[in-house]
Design a protein around this ligand. Structure first.
Ligand code: DCP
Ligand code: CA
Length: 364
């Protein structure tokens, strides 16, 4: 059976999330930075929104360069808030997972969905799912994504890059070679700068050139493995499966009814979140570390963690959360919280029965 794979990538992720929660910066160029702290401007750009990209400001650029490009213009510079982006990411990933037969998250804002079973070779079905996903992410999180659909992971990734932001591109099996043929070799996902140069020096500029060159001659120049890799990229061949991986951490975050610094109110919300998280743990996952996540009225996020003896019930560790809450409040007098959350990490997955339930030979 032919597979149908979808690649979902959130647009200008950190910047979109910042624009969403800070209405005052919407419509302006936004640059999100990792400040190293050495001097005021040392560090690098993590991402920029599309307006800032028009000024030439891009991810990876030193902040000082970005400031020069922004000179005289109303450009907003913000520090990264990883905790917040992780929170949004986790919710989006859960939403996506619900639409897939097999699901693989590949970065904070990217995932592959295998929809082959639910769509049995029907691209209109996959397109419908993609539209639903776009709608749900927009409605639930207020941000946009770009989606590529194709017969394998590589083609879906390449398709997703074709139209951004808020794009959708479908490449059916019979369209793959045509879709790739005019692309410069450097644009093929996984072909690095050095390989691009080597190919160019042989007169190979596009995917079509690689295909015409042929596998045998490529092998002379690149060795067997790399030649096959390049050839497959030119023709859009990729058999790698969408690999479902166990999560490393689980969390739940919620908004308090009103901003507060009252320990009991915060504790009450935390206990609700514990019950909710237990539904996910299902007595099948244990954890060794717990964290309290706090987001105050100025959107400042803090995380406090504690290593505990292995546990499987999120509510059994409520006393430890109480200690973390009290510690937060005493260290931050006057600070009121808008949102609170819990996270468990250091996860172990029990496959089927737990050790206790497994009978030894002697029990028989
Ligand atoms: N990121 C980073 N440093 C980089 C590249 C990216 O910290 N050099 C972070 C910020 C991005 C996020 O990872 O928001 C996702 O990376 P993408 O490459 O998907 O870039 P964006 O989502 O920002 O933009 P695009 O719309 O091009 O996907
Ligand atoms: Ca992205």
């Amino acid at each position: 059976m032919e597979r149908i794979i979808m690649h979902v990538d959130l647009d200008a992720f950190y910047a979109s999330v910042e624009e969403l929660r800070r209405p005052e910066i919407r419509g302006k160029p936004v640059v999100v930075c990792v400040y190293s702290g050495r001097t005021e401007d040392s560090g690098a750009v993590a991402t920029s929104n599309y307006l800032a990209r028009e000024l030439g400001i891009r991810a990876g650029m030193p902040i000082a360069f970005a400031k020069r490009a922004a000179k005289g213009k109303d450009v907003v510079f913000l520090p990264v808030d990883m905790e917040h982006y992780r929170e949004v990411s986790e919710r989006v990933m859960e939403l996506l997972e619900g639409h897939a037969d097999r699901f693989q998250q590949v970065s904070i804002d990217e995932a592959y969905l295998d929809v082959s079973d639910r769509c049995t070779e029907s691209y209109p079905c996959a397109e419908k799912i993609a539209q639903e996903i776009k709608g749900e992410i927009k409605e639930q999180e207020g941000i946009t994504c770009s989606i590529g659909i194709g017969p394998n992971k590589y083609v879906s990734k390449m398709a997703g890059k074709r139209r951004k932001p808020d794009g959708m591109t479908i490449v059916r099996p019979e369209e793959v070679t045509d879709f790739l043929k005019d692309l410069p070799v450097g644009k093929l996902h996984g072909v690095g700068g050095k390989t691009e140069e080597e190919l160019n020096s042989l007169g190979i500029k596009t995917a079509a050139d690689i295909a015409t060159y042929g596998l045998a001659i490529l092998e002379n120049n690149f060795g067997k493995n790399k030649a096959k890799l390049l050839y497959d990229k030119a023709l859009g061949i990729d058999d790698s499966p969408v690999e479902q991986k166990d999560k490393q951490q689980l969390s739940r975050i919620a908004t308090l009814k009103e901003d507060t610094d009252d320990a009991d109110r915060i504790y009450k919300k935390i206990s609700e979140l514990c019950s909710d998280l237990n539904k996910k743990l299902e007595n099948k996952i244990t954890f060794r570390t717990i964290s309290l996540i706090t987001i105050d009225t100025h959107l400042q996020t803090q995380t406090r963690s504690e290593t505990i003896p292995e546990a499987g019930d999120a509510c059994s560790v409520l006393p430890s959360y109480r200690i973390l809450i009290d510690r937060f409040l005493s260290e931050n007098p006057g600070k009121r919280l808008r949102r609170v959350g819990i996270r468990v990490s250091g996860l172990s997955y029990k496959n089927g029965k737990s050790k206790k339930e497994q009978k030894s030979l002697f029990d028989y």
